[in-house]
Ligand binder design. Structure first.
Ligand code: NAP
Length: 251
């Protein structure tokens, strides 16, 4: 993936990781279109940045994805990068029957939507030079945090899907997986001030430095995520699972 001169479509760009990646890519000389459900937060992201653009898109709406892809490729024909960043994380108690709303919303947002968005843009991307798809997974793709079971499962699925996508698109579209560790954002209540989580700006600085490597690593892994990413390969999966889940044990 080139460092500058790209036209990038990024989902979930109104807050958190998506907002700051969009702004940093803009500042590095890229045109960026941010999407999300909340126009006001998207407008905050783009304020004062001439080559940052905002479009409302609910990624769980299949028809809206098709319409958005058509509109954006018409308006920005140089679009060459898709960043599937939008995501939700819900705590779930599996010990009693429950409403399936959180499960369905999590799968629709975190798994089906990146698949649909990529599908809607694949013909366009394949026709571009230096095309790339960035899939945002999580350290929890590699070791699950038991209180967010469907979230972990969608992120593990994104890791798997990214490998298949990369293999099928080899030589045509680069596929990069960005797997963040725990970062201070508003993804879950209270998370933006949780002391042992990585400050957002530190995460973004480390991530941008990895994106500047040429060729771009297939997996963007900042130091804090290696504890989870490499747990199984390094023979310490059970220990990592225990550490990750010790504060959230169910009796
Ligand atoms: N922060 C962490 O610790 C961490 C760790 C690993 C992975 N990640 C991943 O990083 C990505 C960004 O998360 P974040 O931490 O930056 O949290 P965040 O601030 O909550 O960002 C998530 C963004 O997704 C958007 N979104 C949610 N549902 C959507 C929908 N149906 N349609 C369109 N946009 C939607 C939200 O905007 P609207 O609500 O306005 O639509 C929001 O801007 C997520 O995929 C998350 O799983 C985060």
């Amino acid at each position: 993936m080139k460092i500058s001169g790209n036209t990038i479509l990024l989902s979930g760009g109104g807050t958190g990781i998506g907002r700051r990646l969009a702004q940093r890519w803009h500042d590095a000389g890229n045109t960026v279109i941010v999407t999300g459900r909340t126009l006001a937060s998207l407008e905050e992201t783009i304020a004062g940045r001439p080559n940052l653009h905002a479009r409302v898109l609910d990624v769980t709406d299949p028809a809206a994805i098709i319409a958005c892809a058509a509109g954006i490729t018409a308006e920005f024909p140089a679009l060459n990068i898709l960043v599937n960043n939008a995501g939700i994380m819900r705590f779930e108690d599996l010990t009693a029957p429950r409403d399936m709303g959180d499960v369905e919303a999590t799968i629709a947002t975190n798994l089906t939507a990146p698949i649909r968005l990529t599908d809607a843009l694949i013909t366009h991307l394949k026709a571009q030079d230096h095309a790339a798809v960035v899939m945002v997974s999580s350290g929890l793709a590699f070791v699950p945090m038991a209180v967010t079971p469907t979230y972990n499962a969608t992120k593990a699925a994104i890791h798997s899907y990214s490998q298949s996508l990369r293999h099928q698109l080899a030589g045509q579209v680069e596929v990069i997986e960005l797997a963040p560790p725990a970062v201070q954002t508003d993804l879950t209540p209270g998370q933006s001030t949780r002391a042992n989580y990585l400050p957002l700006e530190t995460f973004i600085d480390q991530t941008m430095a990895l994106f500047e490597q040429q060729p771009t690593p297939a997996e963007i892994l900042v130091p804090n995520v290696l504890f989870l990413r490499n747990a199984e390969a390094e023979g310490r999966y059970a220990a990592a699972f225990a550490v990750l889940n010790r504060d959230f044990g169910h009796n």
